[in-house]
Design a protein around this ligand. Structure first.
Ligand SMILES: *Cc1c(COP(=O)(O)O)cnc(C)c1O
Length: 398
């Protein structure tokens, strides 16, 4: 997945354009910038990549999720449904707005289980946030139907699935709003950065203003701009946008490499009958940023993880035992450890987490192994890796 593996001359050239004129900020200073508007250019490129009318760049993927929700009016006391398997950022972005994260089970897609989502809907539900984990997607038709039926927003966190599609639509472009991250380990990187993607003009305008202190961005005198509403600073810098501009042009190249490496590994593991793969909903195409597979039980999975480690096969994880991506180890969130007081409403809204059990999620996550697909491997390295993985898995299954 990581675009940083292939950082080179293109990225350097775009960054040097910015360094040569010294305008590191994305807004204003029109006279000094020699026509370089890297953030604006990257937004235009991303409209094309994500086949969406509007793109607002921001400072991170976490900011993108929070800005997306805020732009659609999600705030104090609203409930946002999210999956148990995701990056902690999903929880943080909801909390930032004073809203309440409602965690629900995933299914064999490793994304939101539509049945669990429907059960979790209450009069306070404002949004369903689907997270397209590890390069693939949840059952989007079912989720869209639920969102339509109950008239709640469908927000897509596609931070890990750049380049994946569902029924020919880019992931991130399907919900009311989509969110992307360009942090250092994502498929394309800005160093740090993120994007909000939408076809809704009002949400876009809100995101544009909200991410820059509420500035209306009308005219060319920044000091004279008005502020229709409260905003914060979630801006991306020109330097970061410049790196992303070079990277986005290489996305087709990155995706082709991912697919090639993914296919070699998948073909090898397919020979083992006990190995099953995550379900990709009909009409879905993975980005191939990861290969995810299931083993029969947790004990075998742990044995395989240890065997891979001992055999020098890196970047394969079991999220059941991992601190970042699964509810099981999020004690700081379950116990609401916060530097500052949290509102009584949110505290009350999160009480369920102390005792909640997510057996369906445990069933899938405990047996799952997720392997990052790197861009810098040679074909020989991928084939060696595939051989080693097959050996380790067969040995653990004995
Ligand atoms: C990386 C990631 C984020 C957060 O992005 P940052 O740019 O690191 O803030 C959010 N959601 C998911 C699923 C991610 O993988």
């Amino acid at each position: 997945m990581p675009g940083f593996e292939l950082f080179g001359d293109l990225e350097r050239k775009e960054v040097n354009d910015v360094l040569d004129n010294g305008v590191l900020m994305r807004y204003g200073f029109d006279g000094m910038r020699n026509g370089h508007w890297k953030a604006k250019e990257l937004e235009t490129e991303l409209q094309d990549t994500f086949q969406s009318k509007h793109v607002q760049l921001v400072s991170s993927g976490t900011a993108a999720v929070s800005v997306a929700l805020a732009s659609a009016g999600v705030g104090a006391g609203d409930e946002v449904i999210m999956p148990t398997f995701t990056f902690v950022a999903s929880f943080e972005a909801i909390m930032m707005l004073g809203a309440i994260p409602i965690l629900v089970d995933i299914d064999d897609t490793l994304g939101l289980n539509p049945e669990a989502v429907e059960k979790a809907i209450t009069p306070k539900t404002k949004a369903i946030m689907v997270v397209q984990m590890c390069g693939s997607m949840a059952n989007m038709d079912a989720l869209q139907a639920i969102s339509n039926k109950h008239n709640v927003l469908l927000v897509e966190d596609a931070c890990q699935a750049i380049g994946g599609t569902y029924k020919s639509n880019p992931l991130g472009s399907i919900g009311d709003l989509g969110c992307f991250s360009f942090d250092f380990v994502k498929t394309i990187t800005c160093g740090e950065g993120g994007a909000v993607v939408t076809n809704n003009k009002d949400y876009y305008t809100n995101a544009d203003h909200y991410s820059d202190h509420g500035h209306d961005h009308i005219g060319s005198d920044r000091g004279a701009e008005t502020h229709p509403f409260l905003g914060y600073n979630f801006r991306i810098s020109e330097l970061h946008a410049a790196v992303g501009l070079a990277q986005v042009k290489r996305l087709p190249e990155f995706l082709a490499i991912q697919k090639k490496h993914y296919t070699i590994l998948r073909d090898a593991l397919s020979q083992i009958s006990e190995v099953t793969f995550r379900t990709v909903p009909e009409g879905g195409e993975e980005s191939c940023a990861f290969l995810n597979f299931f083993l029969p039980d947790l004990e075998t999975t742990r044995k395989v993880i240890q065997g891979l480690k001992d055999g020098g096969v890196d970047v394969c994880w079991n999220y059941y035992d991992n601190n970042w991506h699964y509810i099981r180890k999020w004690d700081h969130l379950k116990n609401l450890k916060s530097l500052f007081p949290i509102s009584e409403e949110v505290k009350k809204g999160l009480e369920y987490l102390k005792t909640a059990e997510f057996q369906k999620s445990d069933h899938f996550i405990s047996r799952n192994i997720s392997c990052l697909i790197k861009l810098s491997w040679t074909e020989e390295e991928v084939r060696n890796r595939a051989d080693k993985m097959v050996k380790v898995i067969k040995f653990a299954l004995k």
